[in-house]
Design a protein around this ligand. Sequence first.
Ligand SMILES: [Zn+2]
Length: 314
Amino acid sequence: YIMKFSEIVGQEVAVNILKKAIENNRSHHAYLFMGPDGVGKRTTAIAFAKGLNCRSSSSDGCDLCDSCKKIENGTHPDVELIGPREGGLTISIDQIRKLQRRISYKPLEGNWKVYIIDDAASATEEAANCLLKTLEEPPPQVILILITENIYRLLSTVRSRCQLILFRQIPRTLIEKILTDQYEVAPEEARPLARLSSGSIGRALYYLERETPEFGERLREIFETGGSLIGGYGSLFQFSAEIPRDRESTLELLNFLLGDLGRKFVENPSILKQKKIEIVMETLDLIKRNVNVNLAIDGMLLKLTQAEACGYQD
Ligand SMILES: [Zn+2]
């Protein structure tokens, strides 16, 4: 389910910049969308493609014309989304080379060819260097949109050639409202889901779709009773052992932990919390780079325990 600009919530700044670019016909050749997972980066990129190519010349995209409909269905010949292949972890050089072959042709139906590169930081080094060539000499009528959670995982040379657009975490109250208004979730269920979401609609929906209330219930229990205790981490990952210890679930869990630590850090900053955040981020990065999940988690638990034992100020 893809939306147009006016239906995207919580990302007014990003949306306004992009709408203005369409209205003034002053788009950049390359954009870098950065923000947490599940806050609407991909949706916004597709809405941008609609607005750029809409036949009714509406910067919002009309959602009715042939072009908007094709983009919505993923069948528009000038709009393409690439990312790590199904089940894979990286964007390969072959994928980038194929993109480069097609990119040099003029748009077939629209005004602009739009290439959306999801999880751009997952490009292999070769692929990233290959992509850099396109960014250095962008063909006319082409707009590239790179999507990432962390710009520092991209080559600085890639970063510097893109216009950065920041996406923010969505406020908890807004997520609650979206869940109740758009997804018909009962308010008493929406509240804890919004709390668990770490500012990401995608994550709230992920928990909702799992349809296991005890999952959220237990996660909340662990964080409320012992988020900063060693036992807290122990029970968290003991709990995680009960759910499939696959990469995706583990990444979810770490993202959740990171969101929770981040919130606590904002409320009451300390060196210990900062250390913990660094340790979790490092672990997330390792797992994304295909390091063995169990090894990465064991290493993280050890480091967290050591950080607490070191007596950093909390
Ligand atoms: Zn349209």
